[in-house]
Ligand binder design. Structure first.
Ligand SMILES: [Fe+2]
Ligand SMILES: [Fe+2]
Length: 264
């Protein structure tokens, strides 16, 4: 039924499918779409949105901004982190504070006085990305609340760590690798949202469709930035990471997560 929801998105999904070296295995889709797994899937998804914003913040803090701006980024993220890590402990008073927090959360005006062209570009694109990921976070959080799902602490998937451990040690090489990995994670998220759409309850399927456009743009943002920073063509390096990613996606995994392989 929900397949129709994807009709207008093929133009957006084609580049994603031709970029990644494999599609999500059927077995993973069956496991993740099991209604009993919905609380786990949504909780892990919530963590992924936060991690996406945190990773972008980390890149800005490490490679672009000064200490004062770095502090502003941490303050921006803090209320979201509190909600995830204390989410399962919220009582009604806390819930009220959390509503007020939500209203007061403003995007800081992050400025860069000097800096190279790629640093300005990184700042502009990553601030927008953080804003969007945190908005997704709010949306997933609302769905979790609406479904009376209790937030449970979850362990991270092997996925991101499995790519990050291949990062080069050099300053430029390391940044380029992180940006390539960022692009791959965004592309896979987009592919998975679309793969799940036909199998999810309609309201959640509609929400996942609504995420496709921004995740596809994030994928392009990361690769554009990687090419801006790199002193050589990033094609070969991108292919190396894509091969590592394919292995992580297709090989049996121990735990089911949004970015895991199928559990055997
Ligand atoms: Fe997102
Ligand atoms: Fe994203």
């Amino acid at each position: 039924m929900n397949v129709k929801l994807l009709n207008n998105y093929q133009d957006l999904l084609n580049p994603i499918h031709s970029f990644l070296l494999c599609k999500t295995p059927k077995q993973w889709i069956e496991q993740a779409a099991d209604p009993e797994k919905l609380p786990l899937l949504l909780t892990d998804h919530l963590h992924c949105e936060l991690k996406a914003a945190q990773s972008a913040g980390l890149l800005l803090r490490r490679y672009v901004v000064d200490n004062e701006t770095s502090k502003q980024i941490l303050e921006w993220l803090e209320p979201y982190e509190t909600r995830v890590y204390r989410g399962h402990l919220l009582n009604s008073d806390d819930a009220l504070t959390h509503e007020n927090n939500k209203k007061n959360q403003q995007v800081p005006r992050l400025q860069l006085e000097n800096g190279e062209a790629w640093q300005h570009e990184l700042l502009n694109r990553m601030v927008l990305l953080m804003k969007e990921e945190l908005h997704h976070f709010d949306q997933v959080f609302s769905i979790i609340e609406a479904n009376n799902i209790e937030l449970q602490p979850t362990t991270a998937a092997r996925y991101a760590a499995g790519m990050l451990r291949h990062i080069r040690g050099s300053e430029v090489g390391g940044l380029v690798d992180k940006l390539i990995i960022g692009g791959i994670i965004e592309a896979r998220s987009c592919e998975r949202f679309a793969a799940l759409v036909p199998h999810l309850p309609e309201s959640i399927a509609r929400f996942y469709v609504s995420l496709l456009r921004s995740e596809a743009r994030h994928f392009e943002d990361y690769l554009t930035l990687a090419q801006m920073v790199a002193r050589e063509d990033i094609q070969a390096r991108t292919q190396e990471f894509l091969r590592i990613e394919k292995k992580l996606i297709e090989s049996p995994d121990k735990v089911l997560r949004f970015h895991s392989g199928p559990v055997m």
